[in-house]
Design a protein around this ligand. Structure first.
Ligand SMILES: [Zn+2]
Length: 519
């Protein structure tokens, strides 16, 4: 690099007309060389430099094939925020690469011809449970257990509920379930018992059934290892093998996670209803990969409930989740789909960061505007904090009226600025003027969207480890489980025993037990 920040700051405010043609040529040569070097640094990613793949922005890579209308709508809606986040991540969005049609891609998991595996570790049987039918299915007469003929058996691994006397910890038990039939002495009808099964659901490929070697509490542990401890399928397999001598295949573990997702699905309706009735909700979204395709993980969170959804970054999604007539306060960032809600709050943390960025800019216009925005936000924030502490005094809106009017004029002057980020911030303030400053009239309302960002943070780390999900069913299961787990945690309720209870009931075809009340 020929020119450093100190040189550029001077050049930005200097009249270059004074330079001779030769001097200008020399300067131009340096500028072009610096620009090329800067551009190359900006385009560095894991494919062309020593940067790790985790530093690549999540939206790089192939895109899902969408219908033209869908793709257009998505591109239109993504525009501003993706562009803004590119620079934060320090990379440029990668060129879209064509995605092979599904038929041509290698299927995940075992390939045809590869040797199969079955469960090899059969530990001691803790108890044998014989499921004898109690009464005749036709005449209702009592059946004699002596007439029972065993037809089929099932070994189920599970966690012991009560820890041993004086000992804490996990104990694996193995129950042998025996199912069979009895002939009625009265009418001669044969009544059979078999593991319970939830009726088929066209939206799910995975079965929800007791016909599974993993019991509900062990399944709940697997969900915990996967989604809270962020272990891969192989990691869970290794853990169960090394600590419990359990030989579960990765496909069984995978199937269990989908089954848990299907089991909690009916609870989503309750979560959605509670979100829609909230007095204050925080919303945010982050990129999510579904086998390389770019989708978004959305969260809408309130003090007692969290709703997660994986889908496109469209207005329809947030409208369906919140309801278009949502009447509570909605805290969000500047993404435009949120603008359709009436009682909106803007996160000041984003604005403060952007104002600070402008203040540090080498361009004088940007740094002056950034400093003005930062000073106003800082003073207003201090006043809001003071108002929360003290007794209700004069209205902050009145106190700041003159400064807000002056700042609005400043924004209007900069909304056509040639400096891109100055223009963007000025336009952002003007677009969301009410949403940004409404907090001055209601100082008890939050200033930042930290609640939603915290609710996403865990899942962003998971995304970096597992690179997202692979199928729509996997995405759905993950979002459903995330909603239930985080809602339980918000209510100071341990999610895992509750999840085991939901799985046990749903496997029997019963409704899911209601979400735990706020503790
Ligand atoms: Zn009978």
């Amino acid at each position: 690099m020929y020119l450093n920040d100190f040189d550029l700051r001077q050049l930005a405010s200097r009249n270059l007309e004074a330079l001779s043609v030769a001097e200008k040529d020399q300067l131009l040569g340096k500028l072009v060389s610096d620009l090329i070097e800067a551009r190359e640094r900006l385009q560095a990613n894991s494919q062309n430099s020593s940067r790790p793949p985790s530093s690549d922005p999540p939206w790089s890579g192939p895109r899902r094939e969408t219908s033209p209308a869908e793709g257009e709508a998505e591109a239109r809606l993504e525009g501003e925020e993706v562009a803004a986040s590119d620079t934060e991540a320090g990379g440029l969005p990668a060129e879209s690469t064509p995605v092979k049609p599904a038929a041509e891609r290698r299927k995940a998991g075992r390939q045809p011809g590869a040797p199969g595996h079955s469960r090899t570790v059969i530990g001691p049987v803790t108890a044998t449970l014989v499921h004898v039918p109690e009464s005749c299915a036709v005449c209702g007469g009592a059946l004699r257990s002596e007439a029972f003929v065993a037809r089929t058996g099932l070994y189920v691994l599970d966690l012991k509920t009560e820890p041993d006397e004086g000992l804490r910890g996990l104990t694996i038990i193995q129950h042998k379930h025996v199912y069979g039939e009895c002939r009625c002495a009265g009418c001669g009808h044969v009544t059979r018992t078999e593991p319970a099964r939830s009726p088929a659901d066209p939206r799910w490929k995975v079965d929800l059934s007791e016909w599974c070697c993993v019991g509900p509490r062990l399944l709940s542990l697997i969900v915990c290892l996967s989604l809270r401890m962020r272990l891969s399928r192989r990691g869970i397999q290794e853990f169960l093998h090394d600590w419990f001598d359990l030989g579960l295949s990765t496909s069984t573990i995978h199937r269990c996670l989908h089954e848990a997702g299907r089991a909690v699905e009916p609870l989503e309706q309750t979560v959605v209803e509670e979100v829609q009735q909230a007095a204050l909700a925080y919303a945010d979204e982050t990129p999510w990969k579904e086998w390389g395709h770019l989708l978004w993980l959305w969260v809408i969170t309130t003090p007692t409930v969290s709703l997660y959804l994986i889908g496109y970054r469209t207005a329809e999604l947030i409208e369906n989740a919140l309801g278009i007539d949502f009447s509570g306060w909605l805290m969000s960032d500047g993404y435009r789909v949120y603008r359709r809600f009436h009682q909106r709050l803007r996160c000041w943390a984003h604005l403060l960061r952007k104002a600070q960025g402008l203040k540090d800019s080498l361009t004088r216009e940007a740094s002056t505007f950034g400093a003005a925005a930062l000073a106003l936000l800082d003073d207003a924030m201090a006043a809001v904090y003071a108002a929360r502490e003290g007794p209700p005094g004069e209205s902050l809106t009145d106190r700041f009226r003159a400064r807000l009017d002056a700042f609005r004029t400043l924004c209007e002057r900069h909304q056509f600025s040639r400096h891109e980020k100055t223009r963007a911030l000025a336009v952002e303030f003007l677009n969301d003027w009410e949403a940004v400053w409404i907090v001055l009239s209601h100082p008890y309302l939050p200033l930042t969207n930290n609640e939603a960002e915290r609710a996403l943070r865990h899942w962003v780390i998971l995304r970096r480890i597992c690179h997202g999900t692979r199928t729509p069913e996997g995405s759905r299961a993950l979002a459903l489980l995330a909603s239930v787990i985080e809602t339980c945690r918000k209510r100071n309720h341990l999610p895992w025993p509750y999840l085991a209870q939901v799985i046990a009931e749903r496997r029997k075809g019963h409704p899911a037990p209601p979400l735990p009340a706020v503790a």
